[in-house]
Design a protein around this ligand. Sequence first.
Ligand code: MN
Length: 482
Amino acid sequence: MSEEIGKVKIGLEVHCQLTSLQTKLFCNTDSNYRGKLPNTTICPVCMGTPGSLPVMNRKAVHCAAMVALALNFKISKRMFFFRKNYFYPDMSKNFQITQYDRAGGVPFATDGSIILDSGKKIKIGRMHLEEDPAKLNYDGTIDSSTQTLVDYNRAGIALIEIVTDPDMTNPKEAREFLNKLSSILEHLGVSNPSLEGSVRCDANISLTGGRRVEVKNISSFKEVERALNFEITRQKSLTSKGITIVQETRHWDDIRRITISLRVKEEEQDYRYFPEADLPPIIIEKQFIDNVAKEMPELPIERAKRFQKENHLSQETSQLLVREKILADFFEDTLKSSKDAREVASWLTVDLQAYLNERGEDLKYLKTTPKHFAELSDMVHNSEVSRISAKTIFLDMLKTGRMPRQIAQSKDLKIITDSSFVENIVKKVFNDNPKAVEDATRDEKAINFLIGQIMRQSRGQVNPATAHRIVNEKLFGAKKSK
Ligand code: MN
């Protein structure tokens, strides 16, 4: 690879649907469009038929304000809506009602940020409210010929758009930013990022010496990292061959895992924004913001600090637990029936995460419940099973959904605490290995050999520490009686 490796700059543009709202942004139409028949959750307002008038959804302003406060934004005191004009079938009005950041068009909020685990601050220049366009289905087949079908059910759904500064220097930071944003949205309860298409992301990336390339159509956060990694390799290899990177928009093909040039743009497209005269300006009063601030739920950052303090966890473990709300909730549910928070945290952040990553599985589809993890953690805590056996139980319970004690029983994995049983095994091992017993009084290796035999005879069910103690007692006693 070339020595002259350009510095990478990444910025993100994210659209999040406010999925907690029951109605669309400017009409009373049901916003719960997923799984509905195409073009059934629509009305004259979201279709923009003549004579219809948009009415601002108050709850959307409330939700947007929550997001703004959680992302450290300054909320504008007075704001307007604009029409962004373009001709495309995903907008039957031929314009999108949105907010504009120039020529007096104030966005909803400015100067936000998210702090990464490293302490690095990613600035978010602005945030605005807008309506979602319709969904185009390119694979629709009509009369055995391929057609593009348009479904207006999504048109008019409330979106917030946030645009970061190009502060990220590698794809991992971009992924972390998105994970953090998702977790915040989930904690706020305003948006459910696990709903397909509810959080959508475009990325722009540039390497020093090259122009800005925008990558569109990235379907998931995992894909963001992949698409950016691909772009870095592509741009570096072109640069090393002396080819200049041009400003363009590229499309991420998640099947072939490559980006494809969509259009090379010479300048910003002119959407001829003009004020939306059908909507009055929104005035945000201090009292309103104070009320929203009072109602704010606990956010991931605060939750991680609480975990650290209440459960004596490391900062790193606490941050891992709040990366997804579902995991943090799972952790707290497990603590209701377990006494060892650190043991529980370790199973969830290390073993379970590795298990899910390896298989590309999701916590919410597991057969195991917090009760499973509480029982497993307590079994380890009480030395009922060895760590090795616990790992076997862990894999079994995830596969079958059986409870840990039931698995330990059926697989004979419990550590035997009955000391007469242990002593019998020790006696047998001593009788069978007189030479080793002889050597053991002066040779450490022989002691370890005897303990190894005891572990084998008991198939790992004897606690090694107990075996060690009994062997030493026996040897000490034997020596004395000689
Ligand atoms: Mn937008």
